[in-house]
Design a protein. Structure first.
Length: 156
């Protein structure tokens, strides 16, 4: 069963969805609509942990996350999302960097597509991936939010 709630943040409300195994979605627009449970009534540990860690992140008290994840995707998508976890706070990589990290340097476009399907925004830091020419390229939450997140982390 998936539980859904949200937290407020400096860049809008953030929706959190989770199963008992882990967080399945963090973003600004729900992939699917589930009944909303007010955070104060949530007993799902992955959601509670995620909400706390996101609040710490926005208050500059957290740079890494350690919430359990329960993502759905292809093996390739999961490998890209896993590689995103290696991009540290305050740094950026390119789609090409991720393709090279996966030992598949020709997969730049596929990496971009998988990055765009990342269901766990901020925690799996797809916002830290930029174009080869150092431009801000696509972000499911919108480029203004991506710019804000990178400024928050001291990149811009």
């Amino acid at each position: 069963m998936i539980i859904q709630t949200y937290i407020t943040s400096p860049i809008d409300n953030i929706i959190i969805q989770a199963t008992e195994k882990g967080v399945s979605y963090v973003g600004f627009y729900p992939l699917e609509t589930y009944p909303h449970v007010p955070l104060a009534k949530v007993t799902n540990e992955p959601i509670l942990s995620c909400a706390l860690q996101l609040k710490e992140y926005f208050n500059k008290k957290r740079k890494t996350f350690n919430v359990p994840l329960d993502t759905k995707g292809t093996e390739f998508q999961k490998s890209v999302w896993n590689a995103l976890l290696d991009v540290p706070y305050g740094k950026t990589n390119t789609y090409g960097d991720i393709a090279h990290a996966l030992n598949n340097p020709k997969a730049v476009r596929a990496v971009g597509a998988a990055n765009g399907k990342n269901p766990i925004s901020i925690i799996v830091p797809c916002h830290r991936i930029i174009g080869a020419n150092a431009t801000l390229t696509g972000y499911a939450g919108g480029l203004e939010r991506k710019r804000w997140l990178l400024k928050h982390e001291g990149v811009l």
